[in-house]
Write a protein that binds this ligand. Structure first.
Ligand code: SF4
Length: 63
C-alpha cells in the first residue's frame, strides 16, 4: 500500500498524525509528510484511518 499526500492541499490540521503517528508527521512548515514510501502491512489500517480523517482530502491511499 502507498499513501499519496497532496502537500498543496494540506492545511496542517494534524489529524492524520494524531490518528497514525507511525505513518504521518508534520514538517516544520506544518505540512504533512508520509513516513513510508511503502506502508508496512502492519500499519495499513492506521494509514487508511489517518487518510480518512483528513478534512481537506489531501491523502489518497492506493494499493
Ligand atoms: S489531516 Fe490532512 S490537512 Fe491535516 S495535516 Fe493531515 S494531510 Fe494535512
Amino acid at each position: 500500500m502507498q499513501v499519496h499526500a497532496d502537500r498543496d492541499k494540506c492545511e496542517g490540521h494534524g489529524l492524520c498524525a494524531d490518528v497514525a503517528p507511525e505513518v504521518f508527521e508534520l514538517d516544520d512548515d506544518a505540512v504533512v509528510v508520509v513516513l513510508h514510501e511503502q506502508v508496512p502491512s502492519a500499519l495499513e489500517r492506521k494509514a487508511e484511518a489517518g487518510a480518512r480523517v483528513c478534512p481537506v482530502a489531501a491523502l489518497r491511499v492506493s494499493t
